[in-house]
Design a binder for this molecule. Structure first.
Ligand code: ZN
Length: 445
């Protein structure tokens, strides 16, 4: 504040004079005009903060013109023409709600704290890596503890201290799991690290995640292999469902991300949560189920067109026996068994339940105008005279239908050519509509 209004008409002149006397004056001070310039100056200095040789928690904005300053007056001890404009705090307290284990690219298990969201260093943070089990022991951390979270400059936020005096007695200790959360292999200790004993575990999981976000699967723009690697390395994700729990703050603090790209990424992830059934089935990475098989499998979904939850999908496909799956055209015994096994694996069921909890909605599309045979299943018996069996199959598929090798409760039509076999008899017994070749060709028109 001003000592003598008679000598200086502005605050900056006063500074200049002091400097000329050899007095130590902060070189960062600057005369700016307008609110936008003040915000800009504040931002610049906040970035420079860690390079400064002293601790600083913000800037003081003051009116330069002495007359205005004086006229504004003083309230209590505070001059109205000067105000502190603080930086985001770099150390805050919050509560650790849970500690989960994430599996990295090399199969290393990383404990990660989930915290009550808190703003530190200008970013809202919900996760903090605890690096390894020894770090948890060093901190003396329990789930439910109040902790100090620090973030210096652009560094990722860390839990630096546990405030043990704030315990209520309800806190509980964290234990490293004895089996891998992904593939249930035994966990081994390797120095300070805990690792999955299956050497392929981390790499395979990483590949599955690449597949999950890819164009033909969840199609998450801006989240490719490089970004998945970053998420894995920071312990932010270990399975596909974790992707949907990421918050802007989690991403913003990562190298190469800023506020804008973190916002975009979270928006893209949220936008991908509504997904066509075929792409959803493909995303699961079921052995032998490529894009085409996923499309065929999607058509077998036993409910009408609409939007379904993940558990509904799980229940529908889990209840299909191998022999029913095998009757689907293009699905042989090996693929049928693979699909069956996938939906009966505990780990996969757990993953689907986790995906369900993230609010994913699966769209089952029904007949579009031209695809008039959508969802209809045909069985061919005997020989057709005007088209080959392959051509018939092709035409049925183009119209949205599918072809099956045997008559079942799922068959809509049996097409009877010359010299029909037992399938015709089966069709009669099961009251399935029987078409002549001519009738069949008319349907296709
Ligand atoms: Zn594993």
């Amino acid at each position: 504040t001003y000592g003598s209004r008679e000598l200086f008409s502005t605050h900056s002149e006063e500074y200049k004079k002091l400097r000329s006397y050899g007095m130590p004056v902060n070189p960062e001070g600057k005369v700016v005009s307008g609110i936008a310039d003040i915000i800009e100056f504040h931002k610049k200095l906040e970035k420079k903060r860690k390079a400064l040789l002293y601790e600083v928690d913000g800037v003081v904005v003051t009116v330069n013109d002495g007359t205005v300053y004086d006229r504004a007056g003083v309230v209590g001890k505070a001059p109205r023409a000067a105000i502190a404009y603080k930086f985001a705090p770099q150390e805050v307290t919050t509560i650790v709600q849970d500690v989960t284990v994430q599996i990295g690219r090399t199969g290393v298990l990383t404990p990660v704290a989930t915290m009550t969201p808190v703003n530190v260093g200008g970013v809202t943070v919900t996760h903090a890596t605890l690096h390894n089990y020894d770090q948890i022991k060093r901190l003396g951390l329990k789930i439910g503890d109040t902790v100090v979270v620090s973030r210096a400059g652009d560094v990722i936020p860390q839990i630096t201290r546990v405030l043990k005096g704030m315990r209520s007695g309800k806190e509980r200790s964290f234990r490293m799991p004895s089996v891998c959360p992904i593939d249930s292999s035994v966990i081994m200790r390797d120095g300070v690290l805990h690792k999955c004993s299956n050497v392929q575990c981390g790499a395979r999981n990483k590949e599955q995640l690449y597949h999950f976000v890819s164009r033909s699967a969840f199609r998450i723009e801006g989240v490719g292999p490089r970004v998945i690697d970053r998420f894995l390395d920071e312990g932010l994700i270990s399975d596909a469902a974790d992707i949907f729990t990421l918050k802007e703050g989690d991403i913003e603090v990562l190298d190469g991300f800023g506020k804008k790209s973190a916002e975009n990424t979270v928006r893209e992830i949220a936008g991908s949560k509504k997904i066509p059934l075929a792409r959803f089935l493909y995303s699961l990475g079921i052995l032998h189920v490529g894009e085409e098989t996923a499309r065929v499998l999607a058509k077998q979904f036993p409910y009408a067109g609409g939007v379904y939850s993940v558990t509904k999908i799980l229940t529908a496909y889990r209840s299909m026996p191998v022999d029913v799956l095998q009757q689907i055209s293009d699905i042989g015994p090996v693929v049928a068994q693979s699909i069956y096994n996938w939906f009966h694996d505990d780990g996969h069921v757990a993953l689907l339940k986790k995906l369900h909890a993230t609010g994913i909605r699966v769209v089952h599309e029904t007949a579009r105008g031209s695809r008039k045979l959508n969802g209809k299943t045909f069985v061919l018996t005997g020989t057709l005279s005007s088209i080959t069996r392959e051509q018939a199959k092709e035409r049925i598929r183009e119209a949205g239908g599918s072809m099956s090798g045997s008559v079942s409760y799922r068959t809509d039509y049996v097409v009877a050519g010359k010299n029909p076999g037992t399938k015709l008899k089966n069709a009669r017994e099961q009251n399935v509509t029987i078409l002549t070749e001519r009738e069949f060709l008319n349907i296709l028109k």
